[in-house]
Design a protein around this ligand. Structure first.
Ligand SMILES: Nc1ncnc2c1ncn2[C@@H]1O[C@H](COP(=O)(O)OP(=O)(O)OP(=O)(O)O)[C@@H](O)[C@H]1O
Length: 436
């Protein structure tokens, strides 16, 4: 059954836009324009999430929230929509237990991401949660099909994009209670790698005081994850190929062929095809391991996942910090979206972990998240041509002047500029315009 959302918004255009979008996203949504009506409905119906404006014609969103809290022990999670002047109220509401807030003008995608993150929607579909971007949803949708077979899978992508995470998700779908054994082929010397992969018999070499099973044997019945397979020396590649083909291994110093049975998942950040052409990777092994190939795009190519992921990490971090609820300032959200994330999800996770430890308040500022200001990075990475630069700056200035002139009233300003509200919001976001 779809999740039930209670939407409280008095503005016709905004309410209707949100209703249409949330319904399109598959939520079941009831829209109320007055606080009292919503309060009555909330007492009667079990909603999974409330999205509420703070300013309403009768009782305000915060009064509604406080009344509900006083009357009920358990209330649904709340996301508040606030104008710039209500941010303090929104922060107060977070202290009282509201889940999150968004300041106008906001991006509809951001709201949907927040809603999905809070409702744990992505997990509901496949039991794993890799992201909300079309690319990651596509991968998620493929996993159950891949889990049903026993084909080798190669996962490619830059460092930190979540390759091991995807491997683990596939493993869980296929063999929930069987072993998942991972080995990083790039981290070991050739001799150590051989012992790690195939194990050894007692006395095989100095220091081999007892027989040890290698990862091929340890993964029996489950999944063997060969990470950074592109870094495996050529001499080892032939031994690995033989084991995969024959489904047997011989321990170092041993003679007996031991049968092994596992699903093979490999990962690499390198271009294996180019390595084959350069003679650095065996062609026969290449075809063996790339029966199915999944490319995980870098985070900068799936920006929808940035805030979704950030909110998940913040929820975990909040739980680790005695329930202190961390949120992102609107300017921090923008900075996260603008940054290129060369270290991908790992970098995002570490940046937020550091920010939660070092920050004074609960609303994380851009400076808390980025060690150095993100702006210079953005400028360096997105270097525009001189003409583009000039046009963007002129457009920015023109829109800023119009906003000032119309007292930041989006609807009036959009009408004066001859564009839609949505278009104006998009431009404001692209050109980094906010009232702060
Ligand atoms: N969907 C996700 N949800 C939450 N955390 C994630 C997700 N994907 C990745 N991470 C986290 O990001 C970090 C990097 O993920 P992972 O190790 O899977 O990346 P990788 O591509 O295998 O990296 P490397 O190439 O460096 O081995 C880990 O801390 C992991 O827990």
């Amino acid at each position: 059954m779809s999740k039930q959302i209670c939407l409280i918004e008095d503005d016709e255009i905004m309410g209707e836009t949100l209703l249409v979008r949330l319904t399109l996203e598959g939520f079941s949504c009831d829209w109320y324009q007055r606080g009292q009506e919503a309060l009555a409905a909330l007492k009667d119906k079990n909603y999974n999430l409330v999205i509420s404006d703070i300013r309403l014609p009768d009782i305000s969103g915060d009064t509604l929230f406080r009344q509900l809290r006083e009357a009920h022990a358990a209330i649904p999670p709340f996301i508040f929509i606030t104008g710039f002047s209500d941010i303090e109220t929104a922060v107060e509401l977070l202290k009282l237990g509201a889940q999150d807030y968004l300041t106008k003008p906001f991006d509809l995608d951001a709201l949907v991401e927040k809603a999905r993150a809070i409702l744990g929607e992505a997990e509901a579909e496949t039991g794993v949660s890799l992201g909300v971007s079309p690319a990651m949803r596509h991968i998620e949708a493929m996993l159950p099909k891949l889990a049903a077979g026993n084909t080798s899978v190669l996962i490619t992508g830059e460092s930190g994009v979540g390759k091991e995470r995807v491997a683990l998700a596939l493993h869980r779908l296929a063999h929930e209670n069987r072993p998942f054994v991972a080995v990083n082929c790039g981290a070991l010397t050739e001799t150590l790698l051989e012992a790690e992969l195939f194990g050894y018999e007692k006395g095989a070499f100095t220091g081999a005081q007892r027989t040890k099973k290698g990862v091929f044997e340890q993964a029996d019945g489950g999944t063997l994850f060969l990470d950074e397979i592109g870094d495996m020396p050529l001499s080892m590649q032939i031994k690995v190929l033989r084991s995969i083909q024959e489904r047997t291994i011989v321990r170092v110093g041993g003679e007996t062929a031991i049968p092994v049975n596992f699903r093979l998942i490999c990962a690499t950040h390198r271009d294996l095809k180019a390595m084959v052409e350069a003679g650095e990777f065996r062609e026969d092994l290449y075809y063996r391991v790339t029966v199915i190939s999944l490319r995980i795009p870098p985070l900068r190519e799936r920006k929808e996942d940035i805030l979704w992921m950030a909110h998940r990490f913040l929820a975990d971090l909040s739980a680790q910090h005695d329930g202190e609820i961390f949120v992102l300032q609107p300017s921090t959200e923008r900075a996260l979206l603008d940054y290129r994330w060369p270290g991908n999800i790992r970098e995002l996770k570490h940046a937020l972990e550091r920010a939660c430890v070092l920050t004074e308040g609960r609303a994380l500022s851009p400076d808390a998240v980025f060690e150095r200001p993100a702006r210079s990075e953005i400028a360096a990475s997105n270097k525009l041509s001189a003409l583009d630069d000039y046009l963007a700056e002129s457009e920015r200035k023109y829109i800023l002047d119009a906003l000032e002139k119309h007292n930041w009233q989006i609807q009036i300003c959009a009408a004066a500029l001859g564009i839609s509200r949505k278009n104006l919001w998009q431009k404001m976001r692209r050109l980094n315009i906010s009232r702060e």
